[in-house]
Every structure is written in C-alpha cells, then in structure tokens.
Design a protein around this ligand. Structure first.
Ligand SMILES: Nc1ncnc2c1ncn2[C@@H]1O[C@H](COP(=O)(O)OP(=O)(O)OP(=O)(O)O)[C@@H](O)[C@H]1O
Length: 303
C-alpha cells in the first residue's frame, strides 16, 4: 500500500512500502514531487472549466489519503465508500471524468486494476427469469478492481416494478452493501431523469456518498474546448471561423439548451470541419503549408 508520510511544506509525501503491487504508479507520484492535490490538477488539466467538480475531486482525494493516514496512526477512520452519482446534460464530460478517476484511484492504490467498464441496460437486464442475475453478476465480476460506469442509469427502472431492471438495481445495491471495496460504481445520467429515478428508488441515493453535478458549458468554455481539440491535432480556426463559431454557439445555448450536446457537439463540428477542409484543399489549385492548418469559415458546417 502507498502511505502518506507526514506533511512537509503543506504537502503530503507519498512513499512506498515494499512489495507494493502498483509500485510503478506510485513511484511516479514520488519522483514528480507533486503534492496529492497537485496531482489532481495535473490529471484534470486537460479539462476546460468543471471547477466545482475539480474541487470536489480534491476533497475526495484528500479525505481518502487522510483517512488512510489516520488508520495507520491508530485513529478512528471511516470505511471508504466511493460510489458516485453523476448528473449532467449530454456531452458535459461525465464519461471522460469517470475514466480519469479510474486511473487516479489506481494510482492511489484504491483500485487494484483501475480499468473502466461501461455498461448499459442491455448488458445488465435479461429477458427471462434468471438471466438478469447472471448478466449483472458477470458485469460486476468484470468490473472488480476498477470502475463500473452505468450511463443513463434510469433506463434500469424503465419498465416499473415488474421489469427485470429492478432486479439489476437490487443486485447492484446488494453488491454495494456487501462492502467489497475493490470496485467503484458510478451511476450517471441527465439531471432531470436521474432525479426522477432516485425518487422512484427510495434509499438508493443515500448509498452514494458523492453526487457530482456537471454543469452545461458557457460559450467561452465550449470555444476553449474546441480550440484545445484543434491544437491537439495541429489545426486552428481562422479569425472569421472562430467568430462564426462563437456566434453560433451563443445562439445554440439560447435556443435548445436541453437537447444540446455540449462538448460532444463541438467535437462533431470540428471533426466535420477537418473533413470539409480536406476536400476544399484537394479541390483548390494552390495550397501553402499554412492552409493545411487553418480551418476557415467555409469549413464550419453549423446546424
Ligand atoms: N471539460 C472538458 N474539457 C475538454 N473536453 C471535454 C470536456 N468535457 C467533455 N469533453 C469532451 O467532450 C466529449 C464528450 O464528453 P463525454 O462523452 O465525457 O460526455 P458525457 O457527459 O459522458 O455525455 P453523455 O451523457 O451524452 O454520454 C468527449 O470527447 C470529451 O473529451
């Protein structure tokens, strides 16, 4: 196990005891001389915005480390339950953050494997008696040592009391109650549907100590996300294209916030623009190297 070794200059230094199974991950932590909270900043540096969420994750991270330290010192410590509810509109980063947490928890030695399993209703719910238990147990088994992420969790209670989805929920709850710690369950979905789902399954919410809200992005944040996606691929928007995109995003946010898919929408526009630019360049007789980088307003198909 990694251990927290005292506090120096406001930092908790992580050291390794011998025979640590994930020693390479933790050695990385030590070599870089980052404090645990800086590690969260570093891991989440590629995420635009999400400031409240980053603060919550730091609190979780800090409380886990301090709890471990208290345990070592023989002080009272609570059992760490890390199951989470993620509430946010489409494309607000729920899946991407959950994947990142799997890695972080692995580096912290909380999860032995740190892999990420995403499951939906069809993976858990069967069509005949006995099949749901089989399917759900198999998914839980596969997720042991990692994160089990169930997107649109409310789809499990779609059919009401008689539906097998209820059985899947009960099995997941039972698994959480059994207190096997080497798996984190994250139920995710859109805020309104999640709230309805939780109100229909009393007692469920209280089993999740962490509820994280993913807010919609502002126009500036969406543009920032887009520009980062482009620079990762060595592209950029022309001034005019950026202006056009900004106005369009502002209009989108005013119009249909509920169906708008936030950062995923931005990703789709950008991927389409890259394809349209390629066709435009092949059709043009003159091409200089800068043309390979710049996406113009003609390349942005905004709908
Ligand atoms: N804050 C962010 N910074 C940078 N990129 C982001 C951010 N949030 C989301 N993205 C990008 O947007 C895309 C969609 O994100 P993701 O799939 O995590 O959203 P989601 O909330 O799980 O959506 P859904 O609920 O519809 O499945 C991904 O490509 C992701 O990398």
């Amino acid at each position: 196990m990694a251990q927290a070794e005292g506090y120096k200059n406001g930092r908790i230094n992580i050291i390794l005891s011998e025979n640590t199974p994930q020693s390479s991950a933790n050695l990385r932590v030590k070599k870089q001389k980052h404090s645990p909270l800086e590690i969260v900043d570093k891991e989440f540096a590629s995420f635009v915005g999400l400031n409240d969420l980053k603060t919550s994750i730091k609190e979780i991270y800090a409380s886990i480390l301090i709890n471990e330290k208290r345990k070592e010192e023989g002080l009272k410590s609570s059992k760490q339950v890390l199951h989470m509810l993620f509430k946010g509109n489409p494309g607000t980063g729920k899946t991407t953050v959950a994947r990142k947490l799997a890695k972080l928890y692995h580096d912290m030695n909380i999860l032995s494997k740190g892999h990420f399993i995403e499951a939906e209703r069809a993976d858990l719910v069967g069509e005949y008696i006995g099949q749901t238990a089989q399917k759900t147990r198999a998914v839980i088994q596969k997720a042991m040592g990692g994160i089990l992420f169930i997107d649109e969790a409310y789809s499990l209670s779609r059919g009401g009391e008689k539906d097998f989805g209820k059985e899947a929920i009960d099995l997941l709850v039972k698994h959480m109650e059994d207190g096997r710690e080497d798996m984190v369950l994250i139920l995710a979905g859109y805020p309104r549907e999640m709230d309805r789902f939780l109100s229909m399954n009393p007692g469920l919410e209280s089993r999740f100590p962490f509820i994280l809200d993913f807010d919609d992005y502002s126009v500036d944040e969406l543009l920032n996300i887009g520009n980062r996606m482009l620079s990762e691929r060595q592209y950029q928007l022309s001034k005019q294209a950026e202006w056009k995109f900004r106005n369009h995003l502002a209009k989108k946010l005013r119009e249909d916030n509920y169906n708008f898919s936030n950062a995923r929408y931005v990703r789709n526009v950008i991927e389409k623009a890259i394809r349209l630019q390629a066709v435009r360049l092949l059709n043009s007789d003159k091409m200089v190297s800068r043309d390979l980088i710049v996406l113009t307003d003609q390349d942005l198909l905004l709908e």
